[in-house]
Design a protein around this ligand. Structure first.
Ligand code: ATP
Ligand code: MG
Length: 392
């Protein structure tokens, strides 16, 4: 029955000259999302509205499922599209529509007509009244309620006529690409994919970097990160994932620095390299999955020590989330099952038994001086191992 969708978006922040940028980005993301669906669609905007018209048969549920992953959509309205063959024919179609969509035919309703084409023989008030009457005549158990109707039956008269009354929630947020780009530090854990999702939801395009430590971390651990990036890319569009070989840096830190500071110093080098990649790829910030107090390397003091090495802003959308709250989002977006697969994150030789929880930045800096001899060369070498995987 439905052959089109009206896409509604929240209008906050999209007034004035930014509006078309917002709409074009939204259309671009809708096209990307529907590429993987059965059927052909024409996506177009008319007078401040975006429509998705099916040009062939399509799978309704699958299409909705994909549209619900496009940030920037607040509501999806399935539309019945009627050729203009006179008002009587339109009434017949609408009466049939109500019978199909609301089988009991016993609801309260109001008709909400919009006449975008002024040469239509009835104005919107007349359409409301005459259509209301046709519905009441067909279904004696229906009644009109203009204040709090169960059903608002929208009739939009353009070259053709759009009829819709149902709304399905979209994911909200802003279309990806309207907010610039950021570099996500993506590990195989639960948190970082959720962090990437949350920043992308605000319209930010995501690049990612994964620090791989073969042979201490396996190929399967790397594949898991690629799989996670693929799940996140359903929402964000293609993700450029950089895989950096971090083994030599880790071994060198292990050799030269106090073991209880290993994690912090290692994190500082991850941030430095991520920032380098971010700047090379026009990213305006870094994203991590950190949350205050979750582990020793995420206390306020530890975060201060990690943050210190970055010039770019570091976005930590999970900073005030409890683990359970993060898990709930991970389940909702479909990354949880993959995140909890058991492949090692990092070899135990790199994890101290008693890591510092209150690192002193001055002391950390002093211990990093133990690395002076070779670290620059090792960072450069690591950057050369950059393997780019385009995930979609
Ligand atoms: P996650 O669940 O995201 O792995 P975590 O609770 O295991 O997080 P940490 O291991 O302390 O926490 O990592 C904190 C953050 O640092 C991660 O959320 C991620 O953004 C980044 N990170 C950690 N390890 C890596 C890695 N190997 N490659 C890329 N980023 C990493
Ligand atoms: Mg981790």
């Amino acid at each position: 029955m439905f052959t089109a969708f009206l896409i509604k978006y929240a209008e906050i922040g999209v007034k004035g000259k930014n509006r078309h940028l917002f709409e074009d980005a939204l259309i671009h993301q809708i096209k990307y999302a529907l590429k993987k669906c059965e059927g052909q669609f024409l996506i177009h905007k008319t007078q401040g509205r975006i429509y998705v018209d099916a040009q062939t048969d399509f799978d309704f549920d699958e299409t909705i499922e994909h549209l619900q992953k496009v940030f920037g959509i607040s509501q999806i309205c399935p539309v019945v599209y009627v050729r203009d063959e006179g008002f009587e024919k339109l009434c017949d179609t609408v009466v049939k529509y109500i019978g199909d969509v609301y089988p009991g035919c016993n609801k309260t309703f109001k008709v909400n007509a919009r006449r975008a084409r002024k040469d239509y023989p009835k104005d919107s008030m007349e359409i409301n009244a005459d259509m209301g009457e046709a519905i009441l005549n067909a279904y004696p158990d229906m009644s009109v309620d203009v204040h709090k109707p169960d059903i608002t039956l929208n009739i939009e008269v353009r070259e053709n006529i759009y009829v819709y009354s149902e709304t399905i929630p979209g994911p909200g947020g802003m279309p990806v690409g309207t907010g610039g780009k950021a570099m996500l530090l993506l590990s195989g854990g639960i948190d970082s994919p959720v962090a990437g999702y949350m920043i992308a939801k605000r319209g930010v395009k995501i690049d990612a970097v994964y620090f791989h430590a073969p042979p201490y971390t396996s190929e399967r651990a790397k594949q898991k990160v690629v799989d996670l990036a693929r799940i996140v890319s359903r929402y964000t569009g293609p993700i450029y994932l950089h895989v950096i070989n971090f083994t030599d840096i880790q071994l060198y830190i292990h050799e030269k620095c106090p073991h209880e500071e290993l994690t912090i110093i290692m994190r500082r080098y991850m941030m430095r390299i991520a920032e380098h990649l971010a700047r090379e790829n026009q990213c305006l910030g870094l994203i991590t999955g950190e949350s205050i107090g979750q582990v020793a390397s995420q206390t306020m003091s530890s975060l201060a020590a990690t943050n210190e090495v970055c010039g770019l802003p570091v976005y930590r959308p999970l900073i005030g989330f409890d683990k359970q709250e993060i898990v709930e989002v991970a389940e909702k977006i479909g990354t949880f099952e993959t995140s909890i697969l058991p492949f090692e994150d990092c070899c135990t030789i790199f994890v101290a038994k008693h890591p510092v929880t209150k690192p002193n930045v001055k002391i950390i800096r002093r211990h990093e001086r133990n690395l002076e001899e070779r670290i620059e060369e090792l960072v450069e070498k690591a950057l050369k191992t950059d393997e780019l995987i385009i995930v979609e």
